[in-house]
Ligand binder design. Structure first.
Ligand code: CO8
Length: 258
């Protein structure tokens, strides 16, 4: 498979494709390059007839969200295009004709939690922690979280998570249906690979059809479009500047509702 990726590792283990987010110094925060590499790797696996199922994982952490340091440099007039492009890659992930398992340890926050949500199945190590903390930055989830989280855990829990920005552990994530199962950290990849192999042995056309049919029932497109528009609008606020600056300066934000 592709070599020369900077922020992800891409491997093939027989019929399983494995994408490992690999930017540990930034807790695997998603910058443009990483999103691009992710999209390219997915396209390659989609076209590779030998690959039957895919695992996306991290190292110590799954992913701490969009790269806040990169985001501060984006102009409000550029944000909609960026958000839309991110959505395209997350949609590509959701719609790829092969099941995708997220194997999650450590932080899965913001865009990282949204990345897990766009996968078909989530397996968490005991160390996994989930949250949509965008409100702390004066922002909203912008990679599908406002739409996919509620469909998975129910509207009430999704609102609680997004309004409070609270971080929940793996056990609680399992109890609300955010993850399919929790395993010991040291067994995370073995368990994910076992499931990926089980799926890989089923009829690929049948599995692809089932995935498309279940996704079809989600009626998500309109909501995702609105999320892009609202994220772009939110990005023009003073509160967003204050929220992001406060994170970078490692202090609490003072929001002014403007
Ligand atoms: N972006 C950039 N850098 C990050 C991020 C991030 N999301 N998360 C962590 N880092 C960096 C830290 O800045 C730090 O770098 P440095 O050593 O240079 O200061 C390094 O990773 C290690 O992090 P910490 O020192 O903070 O480690 P802690 O163990 O104390 O805390 C946390 C770990 C809890 C993960 C903490 O880093 C944190 O809260 N991170 C931010 C989480 C967050 O708010 N995520 C949401 C981001 S917004 C988003 O995802 C929106 C998605 C939609 C975007 C739509 C289009 C733009």
């Amino acid at each position: 498979m592709t070599t020369g990726n900077e922020h992800i590792k891409v491997e093939k283990k027989k019929e399983i494709g494995i994408i490992t987010l690999n930017r540990p110094e930034a807790r695997n925060a998603l910058n443009r390059k990483m999103i691009q590499e992710l999209g390219d790797a997915l396209a390659e696996f989609e076209n590779d007839s030998q690959t039957r199922s895919i695992i996306i994982t991290g190292n110590k952490d799954f992913c701490a969200g969009a790269d806040i340091k990169e985001m501060i440099a984006i102009k409000p007039e550029e944000i909609e295009a960026f958000c839309r492009w991110g959505h395209k890659v997350f949609d590509q992930l959701e719609c790829i004709g092969k099941p995708v398992i997220a194997a999650i340890s450590g932080f899965a926050l913001g865009g990282g939690c949204e990345l897990a949500l766009a996968c078909d199945i989530r397996i968490a190590g005991e160390s996994a922690k989930f949250g949509q903390p965008e409100v702390n930055l004066g922002l909203i989830p912008g990679f599908g979280g406002t739409q996919r989280l509620g469909r998975l855990v129910g509207v009430g829990k999704a609102k609680e998570m997004i309004f409070t920005g609270d971080i929940i552990n793996a056990k609680e994530a399992a109890s609300i249906g955010l993850v399919n199962r929790v395993v010991k950290d040291e067994e995370l990849m073995t368990k994910a690979e076992e499931m990926a192999i089980t799926i890989a042995q089923k009829g690929p056309i049948a599995v692809k059809m089932v995935k498309a049919l279940i996704n079809e029932n989600q009626e998500i497109k309109e909501g995702l479009e609105k999320e892009i528009a609202f994220f772009a609008q939110c990005f023009t606020t003073q509160d967003r500047l204050e929220g992001i600056n406060a994170f970078l300066e490692k202090r609490r934000p003072k929001f002014k509702s403007m």
